[in-house]
Design a protein around this ligand. Structure first.
Ligand SMILES: [Zn+2]
Length: 400
């Protein structure tokens, strides 16, 4: 990130905060300096001098960039699962600015011996840190734990920069007590964990029921709605009631079960635990609009006001994942989606259109205070688009 970059986004018609406690902010302008939000307020009250980039939002909506809590990347912007290039760039066009790996499990010939899996995790962490496809932040390097791992292995992984475990249950560790021991070692060294929930996703994956999930006590109840085969509702309820861990609902899961998990979380007054992922790439393909589709599905069928549904994919995930983005707040990363109701939506406003089950039209994507795309090539076209008033060439834009 080059120094002295100042971005101003003004004339925002609807400012979504990402924060469930206050999902809509009474402000029309956001300022970011060197990639971080430096001020939020009314245009006339803020210091806009010296801006290197100015965007007129033209009365449209701005939200924190969406976070996909569950992806399976491999290397760069390539996925061997569906033999596809450019799926991360396509997801940027669907509003996603941050992705979290739940394991680089689609790597052909993935090593399952302990030294090999550690080496791959460390290498993955490095290659996604060193190269961000289209600027999207990929938190990668998530080893899938195998039988025989010792505390020392987790210490070494953490020391080498690994911060995540891939889905527990995709390797040979499938018993609750064994998983619990390794998850606790991971936590001791600051490594966050996700557990696979439900039936096997693809041949070679496993079945994990509620007893194993609760015993393992991973930080994230990965795809509580199955990936795609879900647990019975009674078990999903037990998972929601039996712990305080994140309730992750994914696009590539059982939609009915996802709605059941959402309603259970709301009933428990624990909506703050709901986070969203795609679980792509997967057998069902890649989902460039997967997170937007989840927001719209949960809002429309789950009767959640749209401004709250956006929080599931932004502030909630950021808090559960301890990320520096996902909220419109001074000091947070300047990762933004600028969007409006899609053309010809029956909804009269962006929020109403999402509550009716339509997708928004994206007009611009910004990561670390740098404009990455204008009109999305993947969403339906927005009714109104933001306008770039100034965009001085940046010396370096980070990540390319
Ligand atoms: Zn899974």
């Amino acid at each position: 990130m080059a120094a002295n970059q100042k971005l101003v986004v003004k004339n925002i018609g609807l400012l979504l905060s990402g924060d469930l406690d206050r999902p809509i902010l009474d402000a029309d302008t956001v300022v970011a300096v060197d990639g971080k939000i430096s001020a939020v307020g009314r245009e006339r009250e803020l210091d806009l001098d010296g801006a290197t980039a100015v965007v007129d939002a033209n009365g449209t909506a701005l939200s924190p960039g969406l976070i996909d809590s569950h992806v399976h990347p491999v290397a760069g912007d390539w996925t061997p699962r569906q033999n596809q290039m450019g799926w991360i760039d396509s997801s940027l066009h669907g509003g996603v600015t941050t992705m979290i790996s739940a394991g680089e499990v689609h790597m052909p010939g993935r090593p399952r011996d302990i030294v090999g899996l550690k080496a791959m995790a460390i290498a993955s962490q490095r290659w996604f840190q060193n190269m961000r496809p289209s600027g999207v932040k990929i938190h990668g390097g998530a080893p899938v734990i195998e039988k025989g791992m010792e505390e020392e292995d987790f210490r070494q992984l953490a020391e080498a920069g690994v911060t995540l475990l891939g889905e527990v249950g995709l390797g040979s560790v499938k018993a609750g007590d064994e998983a619990q021991r390794m998850v606790a070692w991971a936590r001791k060294y600051g490594i966050q964990s996700t557990i696979h929930t439900g039936g096997p996703s693809v041949p070679g994956s496993g079945f994990i029921d509620k007893d194993v999930v609760l015993a393992a006590d991973a930080d994230i109840i990965g795809h509580i709605n199955g990936g795609h085969t879900a647990l019975p509702d009674v078990q999903i309820r037990c998972l929601c009631e039996g712990c305080k861990r994140a309730i992750e609902i994914v696009h590539n899961g059982n939609e009915r079960s996802g709605l059941f998990a959402l309603r259970t979380a709301i009933e428990l007054n624990e909506s703050y635990r709901v986070i969203l992922g795609t679980d792509g790439p997967a057998g069902s393909g890649v989902q460039p609009l997967g997170i937007l589709r989840m927001i719209s599905m949960l809002s429309s069928l789950g009767d959640v006001p749209a401004e709250r549904a956006f929080c599931f994919a932004t502030g909630n995930t950021a808090r559960m994942r301890k990320l520096d983005c996902g909220l419109i707040e001074v000091g947070k990363a300047a990762d933004f989606v600028i969007m409006d109701r899609a053309q010809h939506s029956a909804g009269k406003t962006l929020l109403e259109s999402v509550q009716l089950g339509d997708l928004p039209g994206i007009g611009m994507m910004i990561i670390d205070g740098v404009i990455r795309t204008e009109r999305s090539r993947n969403t339906p076209p927005a009714t109104t688009f933001p306008i770039i008033l100034k965009n001085a060439p940046a010396a370096a834009s980070g990540g390319h």
